[in-house]
Design a protein around this ligand. Structure first.
Ligand code: ADP
Ligand code: MG
Length: 236
């Protein structure tokens, strides 16, 4: 059994493609043989909708996990993608802060839940059959995530999203990001592609919505790059 990797899809900005990446990278990783769990932490539940888990089909949510009422593996539900599960989210999350107001350690609920899942996988691998957990979304700086999730958290890689090769601005941004982050930046850039934006309203990841479109192919390429990098990290 390969060890479980926890990747947070993070950026301090909204609207930059985090949820889209969680959905489509998760699907692409599953398609190339990984067992993937997405943790939807957005009260809008867009990642849940995007993998075909309707609002009525979310009996246990990430709210229950963060409130300490359910474990991650109990809350996980299957999606329409084979080998891809999700802990769905709904608007309950909006009330989380007030629900936990009086509780100590409320900032560490996510860390505790993930730690418990890792321990559970060690003890009962069959019950927690995941190789990747993708967390969407932490609209905080890396430092905040580090503090609440795991002090040992590291940047696994940087993904350029919504890239538009026709615009000078996009090219400039890509060049700047590569100059700053160097080899951390994946070669694969996710292109701005209208099919990618359409897919969620069909309740489907892009690979199921339009396999041949540039966005689909880019997420598949990104997934293989991530697996490659993981291999190298493990070998090092
Ligand atoms: P975030 O989770 O960072 O707030 P989203 O993933 O929800 O961002 O993306 C914001 C908007 O941009 C959504 O409407 C989404 O469909 C669209 N979008 C994301 N990635 C792409 C892309 N590669 N091409 C076109 N539209 C995209
Ligand atoms: Mg989002």
């Amino acid at each position: 059994m390969t060890s479980l990797r926890v990747l947070a899809v993070a950026n301090q900005k909204g609207g930059v493609g985090k949820t889209t990446t969680a959905i489509n990278l998760g699907t692409a990783l599953a398609a190339i043989g990984q067992k993937v769990l997405i943790l939807d932490l957005d009260p809008q539940g867009n990642a849940s909708t995007g993998v075909g888990v309707a609002e009525e089909a979310r009996p246990i949510t990430s709210f229950d996990v963060l409130a300490g009422k359910a474990t991650i593996s109990k809350a996980a539900t299957k999606t329409l993608v084979p080998n891809l599960s999700i802990v769905p989210a709904n608007a309950d999350l909006v009330g989380l802060e007030s629900a936990l107001m009086s509780q100590p350690n409320r900032n560490f609920r996510l860390r505790d839940a993930v730690t418990a899942m890792l321990a559970e996988q060690k003890a009962r691998p069959a019950d927690v059959p995941y190789s990747y957990v993708l967390i969407d979304c932490l609209k905080h700086t890396i430092d905040q995530i580090k503090a609440t999730l795991n002090p040992a958290l590291e940047i696994q890689g940087v993904v350029l999203t919504m890239h538009d090769a026709r615009t000078a601005l996009s090219k400039e941004v890509a060049a700047d990001v590569r100059a700053f982050f160097g080899p951390m930046v994946y070669e694969t850039m996710i292109p701005r592609n209208v099919r990618v934006a359409e897919a969620p309203s069909a309740g489907k990841p892009i690979m199921l919505y339009d396999y041949d479109c540039p966005g689909s192919q880019a997420y598949i390429k990104l997934a293989t790059e991530i697996i490659e990098r993981e291999r190298r990290l493990r070998a090092a």
